[in-house]
Design a protein around this ligand. Structure first.
Ligand code: BGC
Length: 376
């Protein structure tokens, strides 16, 4: 962890500075994030929070887990942090174990958002409240709150970046058109659908007027999603698309929904002989991982979306405190996130697009990664 996590908790001023760095200026610091509450020597309050994370194969979830653990421990909670390595059944077992250990509260970032209905019912039965972390828990009434980023906003931010940088608004008049392929997220993750909808809200008119041409025809989410957000699956699919549809033309834009997918697309493009600075396409991503930032600097990726996981953790912590201590959590959305059973009160953090132009300001000055780590 390169982020100075504890410093985020140490003062409201620091939180504000961080928010300013990530462009989320309207958000306020968590009520609990004052110097006293965050003192590292906080007395144990006898309560354990079970935190179930999806995988350590991606940098962001490692940061999320570490941020949650650090912030909860600073408030006196013990933390039982589990990673399921994208194995649905493993996550079910981990949550069953946490229930058996009688944790006070569960925070869950699901591998498969619909696969936890039975364990969630068990938790409810045992009187253990559940907070959904980043990914909405579907088909259950056992979830109290949801802390996430504006997932549709991630999609519109990615698409608006493409729209502006490829000058799509004037392309029709200029007689220009561009080839594009989409590499979307996992169909068992509600976030992936929101992101896709955000992308299409901005780009659909350009598909309609012929400014954007998807040679594979795989425009609908059913054909361009990537199970478990797998880099290998994205690479394979991109290789197949390049072979089948781009033998005699170039791909201009690859809209990927996550940095890992962008790495897969990069490998496929390199295999097909694309060269940065010559015919390399615009490539999008999400999470602003260290590797993605390096790729942005070397020109192998064009942009990503910065999601400040310590900010998300601080919002989630207010929800844990709400269910365990009867305080008021920070909520800014009570409409968008219906899980097929209930609409879950949510806090949506603001995602921030990053590219070579603002990388230093958002990523380094914002305390996300150090300059040395991303090679600046
Ligand atoms: C998260 C993204 C992440 C993706 C893959 C989504 O649920 O919202 O930030 O890139 O999972 O891990």
């Amino acid at each position: 962890m390169k982020k100075k996590l504890l410093s985020v908790l140490l003062s409201v001023a620091m939180v504000s500075a961080l928010l300013a760095g990530c462009g989320a200026k309207t958000e306020t610091a968590a009520p609990a994030a004052d110097a006293e509450a965050a003192a590292p020597a906080a007395e144990a309050n006898g309560k354990t929070v079970g935190v179930a994370m999806p995988t350590q194969s991606s940098e962001r979830w490692i940061n999320d887990g570490a941020d949650m653990k650090e912030q909860l421990e600073a408030l006196g909670y013990a933390v039982d942090l589990q990673y399921a390595e994208d194995d649905v059944q493993a996550q079910v077992s981990q949550i069953e174990n946490l229930i058996a250990k009688n944790v006070s509260c569960l925070v869950i970032a699901a591998v498969d958002s619909s696969a936890l209905v039975n364990v969630e019912a068990q938790a409810k039965e045992a009187g253990i409240p559940i907070i959904a972390y980043d990914r909405l828990l579907m088909d259950t009434d056992a979830v109290s709150y949801y802390a996430t980023f504006d997932n549709k906003g991630v999609g519109t931010a990615i698409a608006k970046y493409v729209e502006e940088n490829m000058k799509l608004a004037t392309a029709e008049a200029d007689g220009k058109s561009y080839t594009v392929e989409l590499f979307m997220g996992s169909p068992d993750d509600n976030n992936a659908v929101f992101l896709y909808n955000g992308v299409m809200e901005v780009l659909q008119p350009y598909f309609d007027n012929g400014v954007l041409v998807c040679e594979s025809g795989q425009i609908d989410f059913e054909s361009n999603n990537t199970l478990r957000w797998s880099q290998e699956t994205a690479q394979q699919r991109c290789e197949n698309i390049l072979t089948a549809n781009y033998a005699d033309k170039k791909l201009d834009i690859a809209i990927t929904a996550y940095d890992g997918l962008a790495y897969g697309v990069r490998s496929a493009l390199e295999g097909a002989g694309y060269v940065v600075g010559e015919d390399w396409p615009l490539i999008t991503g999400q999470d602003a991982e260290t590797m993605a930032c390096k790729n942005i600097l070397s020109g192998h990726q064009t942009m990503s979306i910065c999601k400040d996981t310590s900010l998300l953790a601080s919002k989630c912590v207010t929800m844990v405190q709400a269910v365990l201590e009867g305080t008021e959590p920070e909520i800014n959305d009570t409409e968008q996130y219906n899980n097929n059973v209930i609409t879950v009160p949510s806090y949506l953090c603001t995602p921030v697009p990053v590219d070579a132009d603002n990388l230093k300001e958002v990523i380094v000055d914002g305390g996300i990664h150090s300059a040395a780590d991303i090679g600046l």
